[in-house]
Design a protein around this ligand. Sequence first.
Ligand code: SF4
Ligand code: SF4
Length: 65
Amino acid sequence: MKVEIKPERCKECGLCSAHCPKKAISHSHEPNAAGYHPVIIDDEKCIGCGICYTTCPDGVFHILG
Ligand code: SF4
Ligand code: SF4
């Protein structure tokens, strides 16, 4: 895993998935406590570029390594 996420912070704005160069970000079917469907990362596609980290206004992503 290259990216760690805090699903409870996601507000489902879609900015990260719009900017991910690998289309590695989708949304869970299960809502978080706030009622938003949080992001999930496809580890097979993710290259750890960090764009999601810099794009997200809500601090959902943490880049590992
Ligand atoms: S680190 Fe890069 S490739 Fe991985 S999910 Fe974020 S934007 Fe997409
Ligand atoms: S940019 Fe952040 S808040 Fe918006 S959908 Fe992505 S993870 Fe969720």
